[in-house]
Design a protein around this ligand. Sequence first.
Ligand code: COA
Ligand code: MG
Length: 288
Amino acid sequence: MDHRAHPYRSVLYIPGSKERALDKAKTLPVDAIIFDLEDAVTPEEKPAARALLAQTLIAGGFGARARIVRINGFDTPWGDDDLAAIAAAHPQAILLPKVNDAADIAGLAAKLDTLPGCADTTIWAMMETPIGILNAAQIAAAPRMAGFVMGTNDLAKDLGSRNRTAMITSLQLCLLAARAHGLVCVDGVYNAFKDDDGLTAECAEGRDMGMDGKTLIHPAQIAIANAAFAPSDADVDLARRQIEAFDAAVADGQGVAVVDGKIVENLHVETARATLAKADAIAKLEVA
Ligand code: COA
Ligand code: MG
């Protein structure tokens, strides 16, 4: 399965306990939603949130948005009950927090194998512990894996790091593992949800690194992420001209073309075609 065929520019967390926010999400222009039962929900609220979320997912209405449920870990009192409740809603994807190694994924995969209605459910991993980051390659290769979500707040806590620079190695290790195994990789949240300039800069940084998109905590962040992670008009125009110039060069018996003073070889054409495919997938999602 090509997990990256669907756009993941904007991936919004919604606390599973907040009925109003769950409802609002049906109209928000996000590519994907993470319905959270973990840290955004207090222990007291967990049973009610789990039931509300299962009911909400069964009722549907989220259109083409990808739907990912973040359950609690199986080392907590809530993980198994979360999974049992959510399985009834035939979830597209389960996001497991604080994944440390491939055995954590294999454990969830084995549980999904026994649950009716979860045959096609994929697994996403929160990459947010030091040992998890060091084991990124084996986690990415584990059964049912479709994507990584960078848990930069937990990671900063464990590393004692105070800025993004200190996080770059971790982000890149996860990107390498994700790309080696064909997974989606989305960047961590930007906590200051009223700081548009800061979010814009961090989105650009994640995009240039190779991230597919950004996890978000508030609707005000959506438009910025959607714009940052979509091919720009200039990207699409360049891609078209590169393909055209390369095709003309090949027809002329050449293996290389030149566009805007830069060489275009077949590998650049592959990137150009991927850019057009991404723009196309986004356009289709926006009319869906
Ligand atoms: N998803 C969907 N809708 C959301 C939302 C979200 N993450 N966050 C806020 N909204 C909605 C509110 O319900 C409100 O809708 P309304 O106008 O219909 O009432 C509207 O957006 C404006 O919300 P606002 O008053 O600006 O936010 P707030 O002060 O109520 O909440 C946060 C701020 C940060 C607490 C809230 O956005 C939130 O809970 N975010 C998610 C946190 C999370 O999931 N963390 C876990 C992963 S890091
Ligand atoms: Mg976390």
